[in-house]
Ligand binder design. Structure first.
Ligand SMILES: *Cc1c(COP(=O)(O)O)cnc(C)c1O
Length: 398
């Protein structure tokens, strides 16, 4: 029998779907022109790019002119934050408000800005993984240039009060950026209704290709170039456009939005069964609030375990999961997101993130529940920390 493979790491990346692959293929070989060329092959490529822009704008409820193609979510985050910071500084505003559990594309950009003389307020996300609108309001000062708060967290799936924060920022005249990489294509996102000035999107998180993303920047909000060169993207992002990537991203997003209700219902049922099954394992806890959570996200800590050991044993059983975010698995530091929830290091270390896609089945879920129970028992069986917990030498946290 072929080895079973169950992929539940969709917050790290997703497989491209057939819709995206089909949309991409004409631009790899037949319509290979440079959109800046005046001849027919170039103009055909330009039409494809315009079409992709219009589709994405329709999905986000904005104008096509407000869409800038980027190489992905990280670039969009970098450009948005740097641009808002530099333009704020021109008016003497050098303060930025964010949360403690943003993606590293945001946090590391802000760390650099701090070295360049900006001041950053990192707001608490409390035990439930949600920032408080009142605390955002209290943090805004006359010299605040930017508020950047992610739409939904990539590790624990908690959805933030974006519409309220957007309304608040609009009222105070502060630029509002949101890293919506985990939200777009998964839950309804409407940049107008949500009062968003700038928003980052990445195609490979909704079954599109890697290396393609979007920065939405509302008309009237200044946007500086991040990559200098030609006049592509209305002078805001130089470099010959990734036509195939843009076409595939647009098709994947349109497909995701069209099927969102149906897929969410399916994912919610699978997710809830998985949470219920895993929480039956003694001394386990769900990280992040259950309510207001992405329909595909499960993040659970198992006391007396090591996330890396759980992952390797699960991999041997054909299950691809994650402990913390993909970017931090190479380091021994526990996830900054789990620490931001107030979890002690030992608990943060022993956590698993399982992020589903509509490809997963009920059988997958039952298989995962059994497999996780087995590997948790195995890891605890060789853990002296678990022995100390069981003997009462160390007090149980969960
Ligand atoms: C994946 C991810 C990013 C980075 O997007 P890339 O396209 O991989 O650069 C940024 N923010 C969040 C929340 C993500 O999940």
């Amino acid at each position: 029998m072929a080895k079973r493979l169950i992929y539940v790491d969709n917050a790290a990346t997703t497989a491209m779907n057939d819709v995206a692959i089909a949309a991409m293929s004409p631009y790899l070989k037949e319509v290979y022109g440079n959109p800046s060329s005046l001849h027919s092959v170039g103009q055909a490529a330009k039409e494809a790019l315009d079409g992709a822009r219009a589709k994405i704008a329709a999905c986000l409820n904005c104008e096509p002119k407000e869409i800038y193609f980027t190489s992905g979510g990280s670039e969009a985050d970098n450009q948005a934050i740097r641009s808002a910071a530099v333009n704020g500084a021109k008016k003497g505003k050098k303060h930025i408000v964010t949360t403690a559990f943003e993606h590293h594309a945001v946090l590391h950009t802000l760390k650099k800005l701090e070295k360049e003389g900006f001041e950053v307020t990192y707001l608490d996300v409390h035990a439930d993984g949600v920032v408080s609108v009142d605390e955002v309001a209290a943090a805004i000062r006359p010299d605040t240039a930017l508020v950047t708060v992610m739409y939904a967290n990539n590790e624990i799936g908690t959805i933030q009060p974006i519409k309220e924060i957007g309304g608040l920022c609009r009222g105070r005249g502060v630029v509002f950026h949101t890293d919506a990489v985990q939200a777009v294509g998964h839950i309804p996102v409407d940049v107008k209704a949500d009062n968003i000035d700038m928003l980052s999107v990445s195609a490979h998180k909704f079954h599109g290709p890697k290396g393609a993303g979007v920065l939405f920047c509302r008309r009237g909000v200044p946007l500086n170039t991040f990559i200098d060169g030609g006049m592509q993207e209305r002078g805001r992002r130089a470099g010959t456009e990734n036509i195939a990537g843009a076409a595939a991203m647009a098709a994947a997003l349109e497909y995701a939005c069209r099927n969102m209700q149906k897929n969410s219902a399916k994912l919610l049922a699978l997710r809830n069964r998985l949470i219920e099954g895993l929480l039956k394992i003694p001394h386990s806890r769900l990280n992040g609030a259950f309510e207001g959570r992405l329909p595909n996200n499960v993040n659970i800590s198992f006391e007396g375990t090591e996330g890396e050991s759980l992952l390797l044993l699960l991999d041997a059983k054909g299950i691809c999961a994650s402990s913390g975010s993909a970017c931090t698995t190479a380091s021994l530091e526990p996830s900054h997101v789990l620490l931001a929830l107030g979890l002690p290091h030992e608990i943060a270390h022993g956590s698993l993130r399982l992020t589903l896609s509509e490809e997963n089945t009920e059988e997958d879920i039952e298989y995962i529940i059994n497999a996780v129970a087995e590997v948790v028992e195995t890891v605890r069986g060789i853990s002296s920390f678990w022995d100390d917990l069981q003997s009462g030498k160390i007090k149980h946290f969960i």
